[in-house]
Design a protein around this ligand. Structure first.
Ligand SMILES: C[S@@+](CC[C@H](N)C(=O)[O-])C[C@H]1O[C@@H](n2cnc3c(N)ncnc32)[C@H](O)[C@@H]1O
Length: 337
């Protein structure tokens, strides 16, 4: 037995050593660097027109200096200036709230009222994630078993068809943002948006919300996009929006998406541990994290051969997906005319 163990250890070392040398050599000759986004290594961005490719490349260069360990949304909410008489009516909008935790925790972190918008019956359009998968419209309805179970385990009830506030300063607005957002703003004339959290997922809903809110953005407005590193979704919508109006802005942070917050709020520590174990193992074994080890998948090679070492560490080090990005508006361009 002992002899067997002694023989296996050097063999393992040799195999690991050879794999490491091959990896280093492979990385030196690999030509695909910077063609794949460090979210799913899915779509080859050379399918896009030159201007958008440049935008993506510049974005990643800037974001790599702005990595944060936690949730981008809470990082931003906790940095908003304390409410004062002058800023009391500024709007904090959470667009796409599901069972409501992103809204409640943003209110808690900022000490301000947050308005959460959702159909509560799920996505209003199909969501094509790069060239990876399509998430069908209707997904994320509160009638789904996962939503019901998480609501139960985090103490959320439905009151008049919307999730309960649970003592936080939140107000939920039920319905498609195509119908609710404009009347909501019209009822609050001239009030600026301080925090705009986009988690409606699809390109169409994101662009519509940006256009509807455009006159309420001011210098200093913070925009957080939960799914920014999906190049045909929120990133594309923001790219077109800022181009159209000549907006001036700068990136602030790149961190965890909001979804993982829901697990943090599970009340029973044993259940919480179970959720974490279940979600994390599902993600790496059967979910989007598969590309890290499934060598038959082309994304495996894009990741291990092409991703900068810092990205590899950042993506592997998260108990959730790192694709959420925040930015600050610094000049209104043609929006101010
Ligand atoms: C990913 S979930 C939001 C998750 C939530 N922010 C969290 O952290 O738990 C996306 C939500 O957006 C909602 N949604 C998508 N498009 C919408 C639209 N145009 N109007 C209203 N709600 C929409 C869906 O119903 C869904 O609940």
């Amino acid at each position: 037995m002992a002899v067997g163990v002694v023989a296996v250890a050097p063999m393992t070392l040799v195999v690991v050593g050879v794999a490491a040398v091959l990896l280093v050599c492979g990385r030196m000759v690999y030509r695909g660097r910077d063609r794949f986004i460090p979210n799913l290594y899915s779509r080859d961005i050379s399918v896009y027109e030159a201007a958008y490719r440049t935008f993506i490349a510049d974005s990643l260069t800037s974001l790599r200096d702005r990595k944060i360990p936690g949730h981008t949304l809470l990082w931003e909410a906790s940095r908003l200036p304390a409410p004062s008489r002058d800023t009391a009516d500024e709007l904090l909008l959470d667009l796409g709230v599901w069972i409501g935790w992103s809204t409640r925790l943003t209110a808690e972190a900022s000490g301000r009222r947050v308005y959460g918008f959702d159909t509560f019956t799920g996505l209003v359009e199909d969501w094509q994630i790069d060239d990876h998968v399509v998430i069908n419209s209707g997904t994320f309805s509160l009638a789904e078993p996962l939503a019901r179970q998480l609501m139960r385990d985090t103490g959320v009830a439905l009151e008049d068809g919307v999730p309960s506030a649970l003592g936080r300063d939140v107000q939920f607005v039920k319905g498609s943002t195509y119908d609710t957002l404009a009347p909501f703003l019209a009822a609050r004339p001239d009030v600026p948006i301080r925090l705009f959290h986009m988690d409606l997922d699809t390109y169409e809903s994101c662009l519509h919300a940006l256009e509807t809110c455009k006159d309420r953005f001011v210098e200093g407005s913070i925009l957080v996009f939960d799914e920014y590193l999906v190049t045909n979704g929120e990133m594309r919508a923001f790219y077109e929006f800022q181009e159209k109006y000549g907006l001036e802005w700068r990136y602030r942070a790149w961190g965890l998406e909001a979804m993982e917050m829901n697990v943090r709020m599970v009340r029973s520590p044993v259940k919480r541990l179970w959720y974490y174990t279940d979600w994390i193992s599902r993600y790496w074994l059967r979910g989007d994290g598969r590309f890290v080890w499934q060598f038959v998948d082309k994304r495996f090679w894009r990741f291990w051969l092409g991703a900068p070492a810092g990205d590899i560490a950042f993506m592997l080090g998260a108990a959730g997906q790192r694709k959420s990005v925040s930015l600050e508006i610094t000049g209104l361009g043609r929006l101010g005319e």
